[in-house]
Ligand binder design. Structure first.
Ligand code: ATP
Length: 527
């Protein structure tokens, strides 16, 4: 890691503490590794990020419904999802200094050390990156936090804090389908807390033990159903228009790429330019056994290129697992499919079954299961497949803070140098949208007019009132908070009703009326 980058994270975290974005949790008791609190500016930023995601993913579309489920759910959910058996990281411990660490992160930790320790045992290439001591054999460590439900501390009452929000969406799939008047293809979205007992929480808020996720499960028809309905399945080779309206003949491959593009648009809209992140397409041997494709969107954090969010095509794995473990059908009835199948002759149906059996055989699936699947399709029944764009609120906030942070060298006006610290947030996520100042605080008319503007605007967006210090200092305070606009009421304002609007990034000042300002502000806030 470049020293310069490391110091920029140090400078950013110092600003975040000083200006009330992020604090250590329980700081007065020494803090807790992997737990962070958001202060006055941080919680505004967080709410804005979440609202932006909700607007973009749910309210701005007709094919996504929302859900807000509990954090603690029936423990069988985690058996069905595979988390109980496999949601584990390989953990190792140094026999000398007793430090715990993830075996798969040892090389990263070596790279971070200013001075690499020498192994204490000659010839060892797997040694403690802190003291050179001998490491224990890595053992899987399950990341779920356990708790007990009810007053009796008994293994039968053990439950888990959810390690992801997604499973609740699968568990409530039938309820939401029945009550939302949606039909496949459609999605269910949820935002909320997740908990992972990370072995080594690191890199500021990047890997925390308590964090928030924003997840969408977008349910689609299996490709075989699309083929029965449309006679063909559109793939990426057909060059589908991913910017236009979604199409009924899209197969999973197109839906997956569509959601990758949607997520990129969202990141652009909240202030991450496309050139600053990369799409990493997981290689076949990196994919989970049920996944057909997975793209990580990676961002160049000061501590290296790391996953910001992921978009996975998960087939029907999740709903099928819940169907198996709960005994409740997770199939949907698709009337257009049933109607299309009614038109098929017996011979056409037999040919279709044979084709599906041959396809499935290539993926090691048996012929009887393929036939049952086809017979259900002919009746308009199937378990939907899913595309999952899954993002972390805290990770996105950290990326937005890194992206926004700039230290500009400017003149102090007295022949010397000065540093202007600016957070160039997009107005859509900026914690404070407008700061309002009377130029001369003791001027009653200016103070009255500025207060009126402040009272009117704060009913619409988060505003800040500031009368202390010279106007230049007030601008600087807002630059550090990332406030896009500062309104100053001066002598002319009292005469003609206009005021100056100072724009954070260009530092230009323009005179505007209240309505001109509103139109400009709303234009910048809209998705
Ligand atoms: P990683 O490989 O970094 O541990 P992951 O692949 O396990 O992440 P997912 O399970 O796919 O992550 O979770 C989806 C998203 O949730 C991640 O892309 C990230 O934004 C966020 N996330 C996951 N774990 C954490 C964490 N410990 N702290 C903060 N955000 C997290």
């Amino acid at each position: 890691m470049a020293e310069e980058n490391k110091s920029s994270l140090d400078a950013l975290s110092a600003l975040c503490k000083r200006r009330g974005f992020i604090y250590h949790s329980s700081e007065i008791y020494g803090g807790m590794p992997g737990f962070w609190d958001y202060g006055p500016l941080g919680c505004e930023l967080k709410n804005n990020v979440k609202q932006a995601w909700w607007q973009f993913t749910v309210r701005g579309r007709q094919d996504v419904a929302g859900l807000d489920a509990t954090i603690i759910m029936h423990p069988k959910i985690w058996k069905a999802s595979g988390h109980l058996d496999t949601f584990a990281d390989p953990m190792t411990m140094c026999k000398d200094c007793k430090k715990l660490m993830r075996a798969d992160q040892i090389n990263d930790i070596y790279a971070e050390q200013k001075k690499k320790p020498q192994p204490k045992a000659a010839g060892s290439d797997f040694f403690c990156p802190y003291c050179g001591g001998e490491l224990t054999e890595p053992k899987p460590f399950n990341l779920m936090f356990k708790t007990v439900v009810g007053p009796i501390d008994d293994p039968a009452n053990v439950a888990y804090m959810r390690p992801e929000t997604a499973q609740a969406i699968f568990a409530q799939f039938q309820n939401v389908t029945a009550t939302s008047r949606q039909s496949v293809p459609y999605g269910i979205a949820q935002m909320g807390k997740s908990f992972r007992n990370e072995v080594t929480p690191r890199n500021y808020t990047f890997r925390s033990r308590e964090f928030e996720q924003m997840e969408l499960e977008f349910f689609i028809r299996p490709d075989e159903a699309v083929e029965l309905l449309h006679g063909k399945v559109a793939t990426l080779a057909d060059n589908p228009d991913l910017d236009g309206p979604v199409q009924d003949d899209w197969g999973w491959e197109v839906w997956h790429k569509y959601w990758v593009e949607q997520r990129k648009k969202f990141l652009n809209a909240v202030g991450l330019p496309t050139e600053h992140f990369v799409e990493y397409w997981q290689k076949p041997d990196e994919l989970a056994h049920y996944a057909r494709a997975c793209v990580d969107i990676e961002y160049d954090f000061p501590f290296g290129r790391q996953e910001l969010e992921g978009i996975a095509a998960r087939g029907d794995f999740d709903l099928s697992q819940h169907q198996k473990w709960s005994g409740e059908s997770q199939a949907v009835f698709d009337d257009p499919l049933k109607q299309a199948c009614k038109k098929l002759s017996d011979e056409e149906k037999r040919a279709f079954v044979a084709k599906v059996q041959a396809d499935w055989a290539k993926r090691g699936k048996d012929a009887a299961a393929a036939e049952k699947f086809c017979l259900d399709l002919f009746e308009g029944k199937y378990v939907p497949h899913v595309i999952e764009p899954s993002a972390g609120v805290d990770r996105l906030m950290l990326a937005l803070l890194c992206e926004a942070y700039e230290e500009q060298k400017i003149s102090d006006g007295k022949g010397g140098d000065d540093v202007r610290t600016v957070l160039h947030f997009s107005p859509k996520v900026a914690p404070i949208k407008v700061a309002i100042f009377p130029l001369v605080k003791k001027d009653e008319a200016q103070d009255r007019m500025a207060r009126e503007i402040f009272e009117k605007l704060r009913k619409k967006v988060n505003c800040m009132w500031d009368v202390s210090g010279a106007i230049g200092r007030r601008y600087r305070r807002q630059d550090e908070a990332g406030t896009p606009w500062c309104i100053t009421v001066d002598g002319q304002s009292v005469q003609d009703g206009t005021f100056t609007v100072r724009e954070r990034d260009s530092m230009e000042q323009k005179r505007m009326t209240y309505h001109e300002f509103l139109a400009m502000m709303y234009g910048a806030l809209e998705f």
